[in-house]
Design a protein around this ligand. Sequence first.
Ligand SMILES: Nc1ncnc2c1ncn2[C@@H]1O[C@H](COP(=O)(O)OP(=O)(O)O)[C@@H](O)[C@H]1O
Ligand SMILES: [Mg+2]
Length: 316
Amino acid sequence: MKDKIINSFSNDLKALVDNMIINDKKVFVTLKAENSNQAKEFEKFKEECEKKIRDFNLFDEINVTFTTIKRKFSKVIVVSSCKGGVGKSTLSVNLALSLKKLGKKVGLLDGDIYGPSIPKLLNINKKPDVNDKKKIIPVKQNGIDVMSIGFLIDEKKPLVWRGPMLQSAIMQLINDVEWDFLDYLIIDFPPGTGDTQLTIMQKLKIDHALIVTTPQEIALADTRKGINMFNRFNVPIAGIVENMSYFVCDNCSTKHFLFGENGGEKLAKEFNIKLLGKIPFHSTIAKNCDAGTPELIHNNSDLNKVYLELSESLIN
Ligand SMILES: Nc1ncnc2c1ncn2[C@@H]1O[C@H](COP(=O)(O)OP(=O)(O)O)[C@@H](O)[C@H]1O
Ligand SMILES: [Mg+2]
């Protein structure tokens, strides 16, 4: 279908197509422009694009936007699961910390606009500065450049987004932030498979998705939806990380599989993707995340090793 649509475009328009995503009756197209002035000049191509797609009479929603951001990231990695509470944010932060340890310049974008938890996890209480171009400068914490919608909203008010607000909040996170050049941009991806996720995929070319799950069957069921979404939009999956895999108690030093065993393996086999690692359920992780001191987790040599190995497998 995609090829059919693009073939109907004029050659000039074809040359501008950066990305096209078709999801049921919705089409999302990103066109390339050098800057916002050029995007204005290219308005006629946007109109042509919308008209040509409309002529197919197949879609309820046609969404054509320009991408003007010059890519400042070598690699964009999203940490995703379709379910909340499986440890996405915890993994995002700890992965960022170990990539930093390996000498990489790392940015962390809290894309979970429904429940931004990165500011709390990293104990960031200040608001980001704005530069003279009115761009937001990410907050530096533990040597990582961090941006979260949590910096821009009132923490005490519940987050109730309506469609357009949600869209503009995400666009602000993507377009209005002045990132330094980064080796890795890690995105804590919002749970679900809706328009929010699509917008992020449309706007930021994602190099790899890292799928987090717990071994429980219920988490696996949701995770399958997430894997299918990335497959549908041709986002390569770097692998699966099984979180809360087992618990080692102080007294008997055997592994207790609280949520079942080998859920990650099962999923990896089912989708033919790699199982990159298993993170134990550990009070050091929970305690330090609550305290906003995730860097202390890495003083535990076993946990440090788990996160470093994960980072190394991402780098390779
Ligand atoms: N491996 C782990 N061991 C112990 N606690 C964990 C572990 N991973 C996550 N947690 C805790 O579980 C809760 C949910 O994790 P979080 O990263 O916020 O999940 P998500 O971002 O997927 O909603 C947090 O309180 C966190 O501290
Ligand atoms: Mg989270």
